[in-house]
Structure formats: C-alpha cells, structure tokens
Ligand binder design. Structure first.
Ligand SMILES: Nc1ncnc2c1ncn2[C@@H]1O[C@H](COP(=O)(O)OP(=O)(O)OP(=O)(O)O)[C@@H](O)[C@H]1O
Ligand SMILES: [Mg+2]
Length: 384
C-alpha cells in the first residue's frame, strides 16, 4: 500500500472514532477534540486549508492568508503542557533539553499525531481570533488532500468537516490545488504539469479539463534532503548535526545544478569521535553531491509520470512547460536540473510555498471550477 494510504487511513480511523462518539468533545482523559470542529467554529467566512508536513497555511475569504506557520509543537515531556507552537517551536527543534520535545504532528504527510495537531490548530485559531474576532454562520471549506487518498479516507475527511460545522466541504488533491495556485490553466483541454515538492512528499500531476490525468508521488522532498545532509556530515566528516542545521545548510548552500560561483560554508556540530564541538568547511559542490540521491529521485518521479502521459498531452507540456511549487522547488538549480533531465521547459511558480493554499482559496471564488476540480466523494457511505 502506498504511504499516503497508510497515514490517511490512520487519520480517517481517528476521525471516524471522533464522529461516532456521542460526545465528540470529550474523548477520554486527554479530552481529544475533533480539530476541525473547534477550528471551523471560529469562522463565518469560507476558508481554505493546507495542512502541510512542514507548514500550515489557512486562508480566510476576504482576508487572505491568516495563518502561515511551521507545523511544529514543543511539549513538556512530563506535564504534556504545550510550551510553544509554530515559529517559536521550530526554533526549539534539536535544541530542547531532555524535558522538552519538539513534535511535527504531520511529519508523514497526513495527520499522524491527532491530539497534537488539534493543539496546534487551536493555537492558530486563537491567534486568528485575537486579530479578527469571531464570526457567525457556517463556512464553506476547502481542504487540500494528498493525491493518494482512498474513497474511504476522503469520505472521512469530508464528513469530519461537515460534522464540524462546514456548510459544505470540498476536497482538492494537493497537486491540483498547487496547479491552480501557480496559475496553470487547469480547465483547458491542453495539458499542464505541476510538481509540488513539499517537506514530506513530491507530488507530480498532469492536469487537463479540470481533472488529474496522471499522477505520482514520492517521499523525496525537503525532509529527505535534510536527512541526506545529516548522513553526509556523519559519514564524510564524522560530524553530528541537527535537523535545523541541515535545513539551514540546504537553504544557504544547497543546489541541484552547478552554480556560477561555488563557495564554502561552515558546518557546526559535534565530533563523533571526541564528542566535542567541531566546525568543518563544506563546499556547495559537496552539498550538491549529498543532495543528489533525493534530487535524482524527484527527477525519476517526474520522468515516470511523463512516460505514462498520453502523447497529445506530452506535446502540450513541451509547449507550456512544467510548473514547480512547494518549498522544495526553491532549491537552487532544481528547475534547471529537471529541465535538463526531462527536456521540458521548467519554471518555479510565484511564491511557491503558498501555491496550495492559494489554489484552494482561488477555487472557492469560482464555483464552477470548484465543482469540476474537487476530488469527488462517493455519495454512498462505504461499509465500515
Ligand atoms: N530556499 C529553499 N531552498 C530549499 N528548500 C527550501 C527552501 N525554502 C523552504 N524549503 C523547504 O521546503 C520544505 C517545506 O515546503 P512546503 O511548505 O511546501 O511543505 P509542506 O506543504 O508543509 O509539505 P507537504 O506538502 O509534503 O505536506 C521544507 O523542507 C523546507 O526546508
Ligand atoms: Mg504541501
């Protein structure tokens, strides 16, 4: 079974439990609340949600993007108290004393730690509430879902949103949302391709006439790049570095294609032999080498999607090119690398980290598009 399947199934199971409970607001000792429920209650305006592995974004109709924070929560290991959320919690990753843990509740692409996700959403809601006040009435809601979600999983997310107070809930597959957000003509008969490289996954989709014609997803994305840098530091320099340090190096010195001026950067960590702090100099060439297995996997996924695309659409793609979205698309030279390996023109969408939420929000504005691009949920409830 593919990865999305497993995690979406876990999330769906939890959602079903919550929905089946006669007292959905009080679930045992932990007081687990359906996160969507507490969330939607705060809004009267239509909302679009991108619950990403790395970042959570929420757009409220008429107000624009009101939440854009890392999906990270810092928790006291003993008391279970939440100490920090979002930007502040992300700063703590890898720096926390033994008594504090920094959690990424969506690490695996779909809600994998439900209770913590709920705490995170509640915090974000409060901050929106403080800024804009509370509304009345029922919102329409659009949620971006991974393209691998099954019927059962989609129905669970849809039902949860409705049970939580949405007037109507629409699901849009993430690469479709990203394509809309990147401004691709998704309703045209001519094909477009979007490659969304997030924290957890790279999702590739060929889109025509408002539907996904071909899609593939791979676990090669931002997190895998960070891990590749950590492995490299350990294996080549005997240096132990944290996730945040690896991500920083990726952003400042990472690339996928030779740079005009290759430079060096300092990498600080702990010497595995002595246990003492150590700093080594690494060149952008070395960092590119370290990242190459992940980059190659992204290229393979794009090529594999192209290989199964009907020839007429391939001709369209040659003309219009491939749009890249998601934070991972900001890796320097990745567009050139993908262009070289596929022989298609490739470009990075505007403000790529916000394409999915922007696409969901744009779809809310156009009922016809929304009806067409939504990932339809079967009308009959599947057997339990
Ligand atoms: N300039 C940059 N260069 C390289 N990578 C970057 C850059 N800026 C952000 N990233 C990476 O982008 C990733 C986050 O992207 P994004 O917010 O699109 O992911 P997400 O939507 O939360 O994840 P997913 O779609 O997998 O659930 C992180 O791994 C981050 O390190
Ligand atoms: Mg994403």
């Amino acid at each position: 079974m593919d990865r999305h399947g497993e995690h979406a199934r876990a999330a769906a199971g939890l959602l079903r439990t919550l929905l089946a409970s006669p007292f959905p607001l009080i679930e045992g000792y932990l007081n687990v609340i359906n996160p969507l429920s507490s969330f939607l209650g705060m809004f009267s305006h239509d909302i679009a949600i991108d619950l990403g592995t790395a970042n959570t974004l929420v757009s409220v109709r008429g107000r624009g993007i009101v939440i854009d924070e890392p999906s990270v929560v810092a928790i006291d290991r003993v008391t279970k108290r939440v100490l920090a959320i979002g930007v502040e919690a992300k700063r703590m990753v890898g720096r926390t004393p033994a008594s504090i843990i920094a959690v990424r509740p969506l690490r695996d692409g779909v809600i994998s730690d439900f209770a913590t996700t709920e705490k995170m959403l509640q915090y974000f809601i409060r901050s929106v509430h403080e800024r804009f006040g509370m509304g009345v009435g029922k919102p329409r809601v659009v949620v971006g879902i991974p393209s691998g979600a099954t019927e059962v999983e989609k129905r669970a997310v849809h039902d949860a949103a409705v049970a939580a107070g949405a007037r109507s809930a629409y699901l849009i597959e993430e690469p479709m949302a990203a394509a809309i957000g990147a401004g691709l003509p998704v309703m045209d008969a001519a094909g477009s391709m979007c490659v969304d490289i997030g924290g957890g996954t790279t999702e590739v989709a060929v889109i025509a006439l408002g539907g996904i014609v071909r899609s593939q997803s791979a676990r090669a994305a931002g997190d895998a790049m960070d891990s590749a840098i950590m492995d490299y530091a350990r294996q080549v320099h005997n240096l132990l570095i944290g996730e945040r340090t690896a991500e920083q190096l990726k952003i400042t010195a990472g690339s996928a294609f030779p740079l005009d001026d290759e430079v060096s950067a300092d990498l600080r960590g702990r010497d595995l032999a002595t246990g003492l702090p150590k700093s080594v100099e690494v060149s952008t060439v070395e960092v590119r080498d370290a990242l190459s297995p992940v980059v190659n996997e992204i290229v393979r996924t794009v090529r594999a999607t192209i290989e199964t695309t009907p020839p007429e659409l391939v001709a369209d793609l040659m003309m219009h090119g491939i749009a890249m979205t998601g934070g991972g698309s900001l890796l320097r030279g990745l567009d050139r690398k993908v262009a070289m390996e596929t022989r298609f023109p490739v470009y990075v969408g505007e403000d790529p980290l916000r394409c999915v939420v922007r696409g969901c929000a744009d779809a809310l504005e156009e009922t016809e598009t929304l009806q067409k691009v939504q990932s339809a949920v079967a009308s009959r409830r599947p057997p339990r």
